[in-house]
Design a protein around this ligand. Structure first.
Ligand code: DAH
Length: 493
């Protein structure tokens, strides 16, 4: 989708565009049920950073790039900066004792083998077919835009979600269920909860009509038998929705009978509620172990209807947390054409997707996503030994914060007046790296006579690791200004 005019950051938009669901508007924080992290950009010299900025979205991209050990030819769709490529080989979800890996392990503990198989080492580069078409995304879906997604070339990209691997994993048909964790990539804002790389987990559970259906070919009884094997959690969950809604959240008729949809929905919801109960009770224990006061407030969860191109009906699970309802995951009954295309048309499935970084931040009380990518011992040492003994999990104790340094940059939008907020964010991040904590659009107006757009961004420079000198911050800010002019054609005011 080509930007024709300046677009406000999602948080400032009146109606926040939801990435993969066409339906209800969500806030910026709920849009991404997950979070992310680093690059080693903050340890590189300014010279290297200049190089990085040149290589990210410069007019002449490299003709071949190497991403996590594989080489790709680029074309004019290429828009992936070096700091993002560098992050593609970090695999935080597999790094022992890393909070993202620990979160993965906690969730996996609720979906045991051999029913569930764990798939954790998939390469981050996928085709547009895998990421979008195989899941039924329409050709004009906004998620496909270069402003939102990192492309290697016109039909190859850094996966934007783990759902990209659903089709191939259903096709492998190696177990009744799978959990698939991986790094995912999205162009977005710069703040303490957004990083261009983050982690998701995709889960699915299938039933097969050929082996499990009753004499009428119906799976209801088989699913209910499996439901009876799941624990009760004893927590009242708000769920005012019917099992499906013919107009807004339909069952897939005629393939799925009403009783199958109801049974599958109940199995899905109970499985995910149990997982959330596990995560939040671990968080509570971790607090107690760190000597932090805990409240006796019971966990509150609610189900809301949702829309995803690859499930129907679809829902989101929200948890009441510090005064707000927080979306934790999206899920639903897998669209039958996906299972048909995977060569398993006799199967029926549920699937979910959850952001690991966001959950890890809640679980450990980590307030800045950049910490996940940090090599700082004061951070890493706090989680030692937890991967092998989850009961050692202890809430993170923040270390001293270094001073913030705010600097503004105001400019006229150049050229045809089109500029995407994510482009501005990316130029800033690729020049200043992890030294940028937050970027906010603070002012926007059109010149009354010429109609030219003026924008002002406030950049908060704050290292996680040390106090920045004034001279250093000024230099970085000058570099940011220069890169904005060179790469986006703006005119500094
Ligand atoms: N892929 C979705 C996202 O990134 C999350 C998701 C929603 C995954 C529903 C699922 C699902 O498997 O059923 O926003």
């Amino acid at each position: 989708m080509a930007a024709t005019a300046i677009r406000l950051p999602r948080s400032m938009a009146l109606v926040a565009a939801r990435r993969f669901s066409a339906a209800p508007a969500l806030t910026a924080t709920t849009r991404r049920c997950c979070i992310r992290s680093p690059t080693s950009a903050h340890i590189l010299s300014t010279t290297t950073l200049r190089f990085l900025s040149n290589s990210s979205s410069s007019p002449a991209p490299p003709s071949v790039v190497e991403i996590d050990g594989r080489k790709y030819n680029t074309d004019k769709w290429f828009n992936t900066p070096a700091n993002v490529i560098a992050a593609a080989s970090r695999r935080l979800h597999l790094q022992e004792d890393h909070p993202v890996a620990i979160t993965r392990q906690i969730i996996e503990s609720r979906f045991p083998a051999p029913t569930f198989r764990y798939v954790n080492s998939l390469h981050p580069v996928v085709s547009t077919f895998q990421n979008f078409d195989s899941l039924g995304f329409p050709p004009d879906h906004p998620g496909r835009a270069r402003s939102d997604t990192y492309y290697v070339n016109s039909d190859t990209l850094l996966r934007t979600h783990t759902s990209a691997h659903e089709l191939e994993t259903f096709r492998a048909n190696a177990s009744p269920g799978f959990l698939l964790s991986a790094d995912v990539y999205r162009r977005d804002e710069v703040d303490r909860t957004h990083y261009p790389v983050f982690h998701q987990m995709e889960g699915a559970r299938v039933w097969d009509r050929r082996t499990e259906a009753d004499e009428k070919g119906d799976l209801t009884a088989a699913i209910l038998r499996d439901l009876a094997k799941l624990q009760e959690h004893g927590i009242a969950v708000e769920d005012p929705n019917p099992p499906f809604h013919d107009e807004t959240n339909p069952r897939q008729a005629p393939q799925h009978s009403p009783s199958e949809v109801e049974a599958l929905g109940r199995h899905l919801k109970r499985s995910l509620e149990l997982m959330v109960v596990e995560v939040f009770s671990r968080a509570k224990k971790a607090k107690a172990l760190a000597g932090v006061e805990t409240t006796d407030e019971p966990l509150r969860m609610r189900w809301v209807e949702a829309f995803f191109p690859f499930t129907s009906p679809s829902w989101e699970l929200e948890v009441y947390y510090e005064g707000d309802w927080l979306e934790v995951l999206g899920c639903g009954i897998t669209k039958q054409p996906i299972l048909d295309a995977a060569g398993v048309p006799s199967q029926m499935a549920w699937a979910f997707g959850i952001g690991l970084d966001r959950i890890a931040m809640l679980l450990f009380q980590i307030t800045d996503i950049r910490l996940f990518w940090s090599q700082d011992e004061r951070f890493l040492s706090q989680f030692r030994g937890v991967s092998t003994d989850l009961d050692k999990l202890r809430q993170f104790v923040p270390f001293s914060k270094y001073p913030a340094c705010y600097k503004d940059v105001s400019f006229w939008v150049g050229g045809d007046g089109s500029l995407h907020n994510n482009d501005v964010m990316e130029v800033i991040r690729s020049v200043a790296g992890d030294v940028v904590e937050d970027v906010q659009l603070t002012d926007s107006f059109a010149h009354p006579k010429t109609g030219r757009q003026s924008l002002c961004y406030r950049i908060n420079y704050r290292s996680l690791e040390r106090t920045l000198t004034n001279a250093e911050t000024n230099r970085l800010h000058d570099d940011v200004n220069e890169a904005l002019v060179q790469r986006l054609g703006v005119e500094i005011r």
